[in-house]
Design a protein around this ligand. Structure first.
Ligand code: AVJ
Ligand code: FE
Length: 434
């Protein structure tokens, strides 16, 4: 949601927001109800919070922004603010916090939700930037959906019998050409128009891009397996010094969750690695090394966005590769409906005007770019969303994974993480100079 929000009547906008809040809650509740209380409070990896922490943190952010700030209502649980402040306790240390237990967390998030819906009903969605076009509600919807994706990463790291299941994704189709030529030039990067776009996606600004080639599809498991078979992990030539050091210390030999016998573990199921699916669970260093082995490089963030949005016919930048309409099930693999990437070419309707496929959904795509503010960036509404992370420590990922929700992905959306991280649903595509 989206530009359309501006054309809605206040009643339609409120109904849309309520539906988005409910959709997010169905997903987060589904992921917590899937396991027992012991699994909810346990730490499945030092990289992740206990699932019940994410769940109550979702409620806490909703209380802070919607109940207290937008609604001006009395705090629900001021005593637990510190516990659910992500900046006060690192993920690794969260199990020792005096967290709400699962039953208390469920009561808390639903109490907050009832109040947030009451605030939604009684607040004019205009007159104050925070609520204009429902922004604060959209921010909270996106926040919950982002934590749903984080909780899916926790589920993937969890040991024990499988508890999540999904249908198989639709079949793929090979691309006529494996690379697309982009003539470069000026294009409009970022957005001023998307009412729910976050601060780091703003403002829209013209960027000049040199001509380049970009892969039609993300790198697949079969392609990545060739890099492994060719000794890519043992050949220092393909790695930066930092990448080689990390590869050595972490003893990387394959994407996370792969086994030597051609199988992988996915949400507790051991299964053959599908050859035509985009590779996932690779870190930036692995993506960068693969690209060098292939005689290519990772795209810059601007190259990725131009490939995803630029319409050479109109000269405009679209909201999504397929146009300005919100994603449907036919455009992209989003929202966790298959619990895995789809084979490349499975969503022909998602192709960009330049002919690049699979840009939105399936896997987050690493780019070569650091997370830096756009020219004219203005923090809004709080510095801990983006501003405190700007700098060379984080690499940008684009496009959203199969786990990302349509509400939390756009062609302008920017994600970031450390270059060593790979428990996220991360893959990549390659580019090269002309
Ligand atoms: C934008 C995915 C990097 O999960 O750290 C969640 C989103 N910010 N709660 C993250 C976020 C605050 C953020 N990422
Ligand atoms: Fe958060």
């Amino acid at each position: 949601m989206t530009i359309d929000a501006l054309r809605h009547s206040p009643e339609q906008l409120r109904a849309r927001i309520a539906a988005e809040l409910e959709r997010a809650r169905n997903r987060s509740t589904g992921l917590t109800d899937a396991v027992d209380g012991d699994d909810l409070v346990r730490q499945h990896s030092p990289l992740m919070s206990p699932l019940v922490w994410d769940y109550a943190h979702i409620g806490s952010q909703e209380e802070l922004w919607l109940v207290r700030d937008v609604g001006g209502r009395e705090p629900v649980r001021p005593d637990i603010d510190n516990i659910y402040d992500a900046f006060q306790t690192k993920r690794a240390d969260r199990p020792s916090l005096p967290m709400l237990n699962p039953d208390e967390a469920r009561v808390y998030v639903s109490t907050v939700r009832d109040k947030a819906l009451d605030v939604l009903e009684h607040t004019p969605l205009e007159g104050r930037r925070l609520v204009e076009a429902g922004f604060a509600f959209g921010m909270i919807v996106q926040h919950e959906q982002q934590h749903v994706e984080t909780m899916l990463a926790t589920h993937q790291l969890r040991q024990g019998p499988a508890v999540l299941d999904a249908p198989a994704p639709p079949p793929g189709a090979p691309a006529a050409e494996t690379e697309v030529y982009v003539p470069g030039g000026m294009f409009l990067m970022g957005t001023d128009l998307d009412p729910w776009a976050l601060d780091n996606e703003r403002p829209a600004h013209a960027v000049g891009v040199e001509p380049y080639w970009i892969d039609t599809d993300p790198v697949t498991n079969a392609q990545y397996a060739q890099f492994i078979a060719d000794g890519g992990y043992a050949d220092r030539r393909w790695w930066t010094p930092e990448g080689w050091a990390h590869r050595s210390n972490a003893e990387l030999t394959a994407p996370q969750f792969w086994h030597d016998d051609g199988t992988r573990t996915r949400f507790g199921h051991v299964e053959p690695i599908p050859p035509d699916e985009p590779v996932q669970h690779v870190c930036w260093y692995e993506a960068d090394a693969y690209a060098r082995w292939a005689g290519k490089r990772l795209p810059t963030e601007a190259e990725w966005e131009m490939a995803a949005r630029y319409d050479p016919e109109s000269g405009r930048s679209l909201r999504y590769p397929w146009g300005d309409e919100d994603p449907t099930d036919e455009h992209a693999n989003l929202g966790g409906r298959y619990l895995q990437p789809a084979p490349v070419g499975a969503f022909p309707k998602g192709t960009s005007p330049l002919g690049v496929r699979g840009l939105v959904g399936d896997v987050w795509e690493w780019t070569s770019s650091d997370f830096t503010p756009y020219p004219g960036f203005a923090m809004f509404p709080y510095p801990e969303y983006s501003e405190v992370f700007f700098g060379p420590d984080y690499k940008i990922l684009r496009g959203g994974s199969w786990a990302a929700d349509p509400a939390a992905v756009r062609a302008t959306f920017r994600n970031w993480d450390y270059p060593i991280r790979r428990q996220i649903f991360s893959g990549f595509r390659c580019a090269r100079d002309v």
